[in-house]
Design a protein around this ligand. Sequence first.
Ligand SMILES: [Zn+2]
Length: 427
Amino acid sequence: MSIYLRDALHVDWRTLKFTAGHIRVESGEQGGMRFVGEIPAATDLPAGDRVLDCRGKLVTRSFACGHHHAYSALALGMPPPPQAPADFHQKLEYIWWKLDRALDPELVLLSALATALECARNGVTFVIDHHSSPGAVEGSLDAIGGAFEEVGIGVLPCLELSDRDGSAISDKGLAETGNRLAAGKPCLVGLHASFTVGDELLSEAVLLARKYLSGIHVHAAEDAIDQETTFSLYGCRVIERLKEAGVLEFPRSILVHGLHLDREERAILKGSPVWLAENMESNLNNRVGVFSGEGLSSRIMLGTDGMHSDMLKSAQAAYFNGINPERAGLADIYSRLRRVHDYLQENGFAGDGENNLVVLDYPSPTPVTEENFLAHFFYGLGSRHVDSVIARGRLIVENRRITTVDEEEVLALTRAGAEKLWRRLAQ
Ligand SMILES: [Zn+2]
């Protein structure tokens, strides 16, 4: 099946080159997009083919999120904990570790559906997710995969393993991860962070990643506590410990945050094949510091860390908060936003090809050109301009309406799920 985009102004996501014309988008994981001279007449269109009028609209590659937590979706608007957290560790203990323990299989599914809906609306067609539900481990990765698939979004999930709930839970998590990898489905081996993962679990996770040529997805140096606890328990810094354990040998590994790194750790990361996911808004929200890419390689991508599913907003936050500390420029942050596509392609993950597109209805008051596109991207564009979304050649949002699921029905379910979760947390 094909979708034709009539009279589009296409912006190449790598070169920012503009091309005006008609585009044919082919469906499927291997499908692509190409410019065509003409569009078949309505009477000649094969069944299922569609034509979208894109006159006056911009068409470019849709977005992908380098680090998300779909499991936190139902926390939006949740009542605060009885005791206000004083620091990052208390935020984990009073909010997130309570929430993830309260998730049952139904809430895992609803959280993933809620996230996938938001992704679709924001033109995000692929998500690298870091999941945690210690009370509902078995089947959780496939449930997340299925929920994202239902909406039409690609996902590379993992389970956030740690020792905080004991070895029975982490063993279940290793088995769940191993099962998904053994089935040949996209998956990483997830760990929470160095300060919550003992040597045995760390080494088991690395063995699993090695066995299936996967990678480790782990928070690293998000807060000073990760460095302090790692040093007091293991006598070394976070990156040294991860390197010693083998985490840095995988090109599929993703280290998340990387705020509290010294010069030597940055050099170690630069010399390794691993990727880093920057999550500016989460860092500001948690008051743990501000990211800087100084001394790191260009293997930096952007994530939302579960705050929301809007990558345009994430890129803008990364830019405006990166201007001072690292003198970040528009092109630097745009490149970080787009590096996730390289991560997925270089590592052989399907579903994020050229047939993933977003149609932007952007009635700018000033001219939009190849030369000033990045200025429009950071100062003018917003998710409100996302008009239609094509994921793997399938039209999943048309004229701002999701086509794959009944949005109202899903939202009624997610709201009921959120109430159940909040009641459970208040007990
Ligand atoms: Zn995270």
